[in-house]
Design a protein around this ligand. Sequence first.
Ligand code: CTP
Ligand code: CA
Length: 224
Amino acid sequence: AEAHFEAGVLRGKRILVTSGPTHEPIDPVRYIANRSSGAQGTAIARALRSLGADVVFVTGPADVPPPDGVEVVRVETAAQMQAAVDAALPADAAVFAAAVADWRVASASGSKIKKKDGALPVLEFAENADILAGVSQRISGRPGLVVGFAAETDDVIAHATAKRARKGCDWIVANDVSPETGIMGGSENAVFLISDAGVESWPRMAKEAVAERLAARIAAALVS
Ligand code: CTP
Ligand code: CA
């Protein structure tokens, strides 16, 4: 059974939430990005706020507006997201719901790349820093609870369990984003919560309901 909390249970707790995609420029008019509406991260920030937390919401260019009552930090690239996260710490907990681009274009062009006679541009990529892993592995200033996400298309639990160990976060919220699930871009989510205690399978429910349940679990972890 889920514990029930009064509205102010997270009052005085500072919680960082990342959300949305990042955009990595190719040139001034083009970019590469992950698919992410920002809906799940936004719902989590809103649910934490409604339990009384002071929420810092670091968001890439999302489809949905940020929740009311949170401190919004808008970023575009993964590098900007990392700088915003570093600036927002310390925090009591951090939830990394953003779909961060794994690669940026190594040398984005300052001017628009033009088509010329069928010659194709070749893009060279550089790997972006792993923001979640960096925060999870901090020696000092690590939030007491670090929650990552894992969007997978196969072997969801195995991949997410390995990801949790590799990155060093406390919990991973994992989901299956295979096209046939319809989860990507939809209003519902079906997740596994992976922690030291094992793997919990949550039934498919609205993203807002996932967010409320996760916020209640975060409250239980921070306030017990
Ligand atoms: N993440 C991050 N910084 C990155 C990449 C990912 O903070 N540069 C975070 C995401 O916000 C998410 C978690 O790490 O909470 C897992 O992201 P995911 O893309 O699933 O993990 P990757 O390690 O990038 O693995 P994959 O090769 O499956 O993309
Ligand atoms: Ca990735």
